[in-house]
Design a binder for this molecule. Structure first.
Ligand code: ADP
Ligand code: MG
Length: 254
């Protein structure tokens, strides 16, 4: 099942700038803080050719497994040419009228759960690495070698969190209920889809529960500084935390 493609193509080369050590450290720290112990080697890539070869292999494997990813048109070790799979989901959500946004965002979360149940992981599941043609979601950007360095269910939980966080600017105006709905959409779909395969789904409620206690610490710090207390970041954090609390309450019965 190939995603819809247009005549447009995309080229990634082995000599494009890699993540700097500072940026890698930022990603590493943030992920650890979120409770996702990503290995340093996975975050800080130094070999552009190896990275490109890795992404090439991932695209071939996922394509062969029937997943909607960009088709590989050419690869010579230095450049990777892929077919276009359309506009990215962050733009699509942005252009969608407000009342239809949340169902669409939840649909992407459900689609991610199905992808996970089929035994896959993204490693960069943000809305900017996703497309939607009106019928199907397709994924791109597979250059994070998180698995098998990390257990599969951890990487999948990280995917779910990255998708949720990439929705932050939309969730801000929608409120905590929307955060809960996105998490619940992923959770319900994953319980169904994993059960159909006789596999235990990743434990999203426990993961979110642990994350909440860390985020509450950040919230206390923000609250202690008058200038930050009223900031946009503090507001987003409150919405996310309230939504996470509503989500976990559904799973613990509190
Ligand atoms: N095959 C593709 N189809 C559609 N858009 C693409 C494709 N490849 C890249 N893009 C666009 O280019 C951006 C960057 O490509 P991506 O593979 O995500 O690389 P990066 O590692 O720089 O994030 C994407 O967010 C998307 O907008
Ligand atoms: Mg990308």
């Amino acid at each position: 099942m190939n995603p819809t493609t247009t005549p447009k193509t995309w080229t990634k080369t082995a000599d494009r700038p890699l993540r700097s050590a500072w940026r890698s450290a930022g990603v590493w720290l943030l992920a650890r803080f979120m409770g996702v112990p990503v290995p340093w080697q996975a975050v800080h890539q130094r070999d552009g050719r190896a990275l490109l070869a890795y992404e090439h292999q991932r695209l071939l494997a996922l394509g062969a497994a029937g997943e909607a990813v960009p088709p590989v048109l050419a690869f010579d070790g230095h450049s990777l040419v892929t077919g276009d799979i359309g506009r990215t989901f962050d733009h699509i959500v942005n252009e969608t009228p407000l009342p239809q946004r949340l169902p669409l965002m939840c649909a992407a979360a459900e689609d991610l759960a199905g992808f996970h149940a089929r035994g896959h992981w993204h490693g960069g599941a943000q809305a900017r690495n996703l497309t939607w043609d009106g019928q199907r979601f397709a994924r791109m950007d597979f250059e994070e070698p998180l698995y098998p360095a990390m257990p599969l269910n951890q990487v999948q939980l990280y995917d779910a969190l990255q998708l949720l966080m990439s929705y932050a600017r939309f969730l801000e105006s929608m409120g905590p209920g929307a955060v809960r709905d996105v998490l619940q959409a992923y959770r319900s779909a994953s319980v169904r889809a994993f059960a159909a395969r006789g596999v235990t789904p990743p434990d999203l409620p426990s993961f979110i529960q642990r994350l909440m206690s860390r985020l509450r610490t950040v919230q206390r710090v923000l609250h202690a500084v008058p200038r930050l207390r009223e900031s946009r970041e503090a507001m987003r954090l409150r919405i996310v935390l309230d939504g996470m609390a509503a989500f976990t309450a559904q799973h613990t019965g509190h």
